[in-house]
Design a protein around this ligand. Structure first.
Ligand code: IDP
Ligand code: MG
Length: 146
């Protein structure tokens, strides 16, 4: 897959627990993204620590790790042109109080921490994060050989 054509997303534990998975997937579909890999899984604390290692010195890190390992998440790889930027726009600001009207976080987030969904912030991180959850045999890019 070429950088720029895909991003990594993860529906966070509270959103899954509250039954918001399908409504969130609907928003993702309506925005023109194609799901090319998906799994429901639960992160161990050490996996959550590794996934969010860039934030390890931030005051919210321990709480974030506890939260992200508190229940099942749904991880996915999404294909679309300009995927990373368009998906960040679709999910909105990290803080739901600042998130733009119509964004997924505005609609589904409970708080800054429990903000419904993760989206990669760069093409490099989309690649790293997709590989964190999926092997090459679990990602099915849409192309001529599909
Ligand atoms: P992002 O998810 O919009 O990229 P980041 O700054 O990368 O935001 O933070 C990662 C995650 O850490 C957020 O999605 C949120 O769950 C949590 N987080 C960020 N800032 C805070 C905070 O100030 N308090 C509590 N949790 C936070
Ligand atoms: Mg981030």
């Amino acid at each position: 897959m070429k950088p720029g054509e895909f991003t990594f997303a993860m529906v966070k534990p509270t959103a899954v627990k509250l039954g918001r998975l399908v409504p969130i997937l609907n928003e993702i579909d309506l925005a023109g993204f194609r799901v090319i890999a998906m799994k429901m899984t639960r992160l161990s604390k050490s996996q959550a620590e590794r996934f969010y290692a860039v934030h390890k010195d931030r005051p919210f890190y321990q709480g974030l790790v506890e939260f992200m390992s508190s229940g099942p998440v749904v991880a996915m790889v999404l294909q679309k042109e300009n995927a990373v930027q368009d998906f960040r726009k679709l999910i909105g600001n990290t803080n739901p109080e600042l998130a733009e009207e119509g964004t997924i976080r505005k609609k589904f987030a409970l708080s800054v921490q429990e903000n419904a969904i993760h989206g990669s912030d760069s093409d490099d991180n989309a690649c790293i994060e997709a590989n964190f959850f999926f092997s090459q045999f679990e990602i099915f890019p849409i192309n001529e050989q599909y």
